[in-house]
Design a protein around this ligand. Structure first.
Ligand SMILES: *[C@@H]1O[C@H](CO)[C@@H](O)[C@H](O)[C@H]1NC(C)=O
Ligand SMILES: *[C@@H]1O[C@H](CO)[C@@H](O)[C@H](O)[C@H]1NC(C)=O
Ligand SMILES: *[C@@H]1O[C@H](CO)[C@@H](O)[C@H](O)[C@H]1NC(C)=O
Ligand SMILES: *[C@@H]1O[C@H](CO)[C@@H](O)[C@H](O)[C@H]1NC(C)=O
Length: 397
C-alpha cells in the first residue's frame, strides 16, 4: 500500500466524522429551537394580558361559552324526577305546555316545563333561544336551571317555587289575608322591575306576551318572580313592534291590538301589567268580575270609580287597615295609565317604576280599552284550550 493511498483513506474517514458532527449539531440546534419556541409560545398564551387579538378573541369566546352553557339533562333523569310526567305532578298549564313538579335523585325540587311538540319551533332554534335566556338573571325572574332536547322533546327546567303563584293568594278568600298592603305594594314593584329588565336592561329586548297572575311565582319570602318568559318573543336590534299570526296569551290580559291584530310590542306587556295591578289591588279577577249594573269588567269598573273620584272603593276589603291611601290612589292611577287603549299612550316600564317610587303628579289616563268578552273571539279563531284560566292560542285575522 502506497503512503498516498493510506493518507487518502484517513482523509475520507476524517471527512465522514466531520459530517456526522455537523449533522448532530444541526439536529440538536433544531430540536432546541423547537422546544424553545414551544415553551415561549406556551408562556405567552398563559398570560392573557400579552396575547395578540386573535388569542384574546379565542379567550373571550371560550369564556362566553362557559357563561352561557346550560346543563343538558337526560330525559331519563326527568322521567324519573316527574314519575314519567305523571298527571298528579302537574303544577299548571302554560301557554306552551304543562308544568310539572319534579324531585331529582339528590332531593332538589324542580319545575319542569314540557313544551308541546307542535310549537312550530325547530330544535336548533329552541336550543339557541334557551342559551340566550339562560343568561338572563334578575331577582324578579325565575331562574332556568337546564334543558332537555332528547327524543324531540323540548323541556325547560326551572327552579321550584314553594309558594306557587300569585293567583292562588289574591283570589282566595282565606289566603288573600296573608298579603297585606305593604306586601302587595312590594309585589307590584318587583313585577315592574322584572319587566324593566326584560324590556330594557338585558342585552335582549324581550316581550313576555303572557303576563298574568298565575305566571307570577312567589319565593319563600313572597317576593315575586316572573316565570314563563323563556318562550316570549325577542325583538332584535331596533325593532320595537312585530306581528304574529299565532296569538298566544290569556283572555283578560291581552291588549286589544294584540288580541285582534296580533300586533305586539313592549306596550302589550305594559297592558297586562296594568290588569295585574288592578287585580292585586281589588282582589278580583278581570275576566270573572262583572259589575251587575253597568256590565263592565274590572278595568271598566276601575275606570268608572276613578273618574268619579272614588278609587278607594276598588280596594280589596280584606286589606283592612293595612292600606296607605296615597299609595292606593297612585297605584290605581298607574294601573289605569297602563291599560289605555292606544299602545303609544301607555307608559313604558321604566316610567312605571319611576311613577311607583315618585311623588309627583301623574298624567291623566285616557279611557281604557274595555276588554271585549270571550264570545267575540271564538268565531274568529281556533282556541287550543277552552277555559278562561288557561293561556290560549288564537290564529289572528
Ligand atoms: C316510568 O316508565 C318506565 C318504562 O317506560 C318504567 O320502567 C318506570 O318504572 C316508570 N317509572 C315510574 C315512576 O312510573
Ligand atoms: C330515581 O328517583 C329515585 C328517587 O325518586 C332515586 O332514588 C333514584 O336514584 C333515581 N334514579 C335515577 C336513575 O335517577
Ligand atoms: C312560603 O314558603 C315558605 C317556605 O316553604 C314558608 O315557610 C312560608 O310560610 C310560605 N309563606 C306563605 C305565605 O305561605
Ligand atoms: C320611557 O319613556 C320615557 C318618556 O316617554 C322616555 O323618555 C324614555 O326614554 C323611555 N325609556 C325607554 C327605556 O324606552
Amino acid at each position: 500500500m502506497a503512503a498516498s493511498e493510506l493518507d487518502q483513506t484517513w482523509h475520507k474517514r476524517h471527512i465522514n466524522k466531520k459530517v456526522v458532527v455537523i449533522l448532530v449539531a444541526i439536529t440538536m440546534f433544531t430540536i432546541g429551537l423547537i422546544l424553545g419556541s414551544v415553551i415561549y409560545i406556551r408562556r405567552k398564551l398563559e398570560k392573557p394580558g400579552k396575547t395578540n387579538s386573535i388569542d384574546r378573541m379565542h379567550h373571550t369566546i371560550k369564556h362566553e361559552k362557559k357563561d352561557t352553557d346550560l346543563p343538558i339533562l337526560d330525559l331519563s333523569t326527568i322521567d324519573n324526577a316527574t314519575s314519567n310526567f305523571s298527571a298528579s305532578n302537574i303544577l299548571g298549564e302554560g301557554g306552551f305546555g304543562p308544568v310539572y313538579k319534579g324531585v331529582l335523585a339528590n332531593g332538589h325540587e324542580i319545575a319542569v316545563k314540557r313544551l308541546s311538540k307542535n310549537s312550530g319551533q325547530g330544535l336548533d332554534e329552541f336550543r339557541n333561544e334557551v342559551v340566550l335566556i339562560a343568561n338572563l338573571q334578575h331577582r324578579n325572574l325565575v331562574k332556568i336551571l337546564g334543558c332537555c332536547t332528547q327524543d324531540d322533546e323540548r323541556i325547560l327546567i326551572y327552579e321550584f317555587m314553594p309558594n306557587r303563584s300569585l293567583d292562588l293568594y289574591i283570589f282566595d278568600q282565606l289566603r288573600k289575608k296573608l298579603l297585606d298592603w305593604n306586601k302587595r305594594f312590594q309585589i307590584i314593584s318587583g313585577i315592574a322591575r322584572g319587566l324593566v329588565y326584560l324590556h330594557h336592561d338585558s342585552r335582549l329586548r324581550i316581550i313576555h306576551r303572557d303576563i298574568k297572575t298565575s305566571n307570577i311565582l312567589l319565593d319563600n319570602d313572597m317576593n315575586p318572580k316572573i316565570s314563563d318568559f323563556g318562550l316570549a318573543r325577542m325583538l332584535v336590534g331596533d325593532h320595537t313592534k312585530a306581528n304574529t299570526k299565532r296569538v298566544v296569551g290569556t283572555h283578560g290580559y291581552m291588549p286589544p291590538e294584540y288580541a285582534v291584530y296580533g300586533s305586539f310590542s313592549v306596550k302589550s306587556d305594559v297592558f297586562s301589567f296594568g290588569v295585574i295591578v288592578l287585580e292585586i289591588v281589588s282582589g278580583k279577577k278581570n275576566t270573572q268580575f262583572l259589575d251587575p249594573f253597568n256590565q263592565l269588567n274590572l278595568i271598566g269598573h276601575a275606570w268608572r270609580l276613578w273618574s268619579e273620584g272614588r278609587p278607594l272603593e276598588l280596594i280589596d276589603e280584606s286589606l283592612g287597615d293595612s292600606i296607605v291611601e296615597s299609595e292606593v290612589m297612585k297605584i290605581v292611577h298607574v294601573g289605569l295609565l297602563c291599560v289605555q287603549e292606544r299602545p303609544e299612550d301607555r307608559p313604558n316600564m321604566s316610567n312605571v317604576v319611576l311613577m311607583l317610587n315618585g311623588e309627583g303628579p301623574l298624567p291623566r289616563p285616557k279611557q281604557p280599552a274595555f276588554y271585549p268578552h270571550h264570545e267575540d273571539y271564538s268565531s274568529s279563531g281556533k282556541c287550543e284550550y277552552s277555559s278562561n284560566e288557561m293561556s290560549i292560542t288564537l290564529e289572528a285575522r
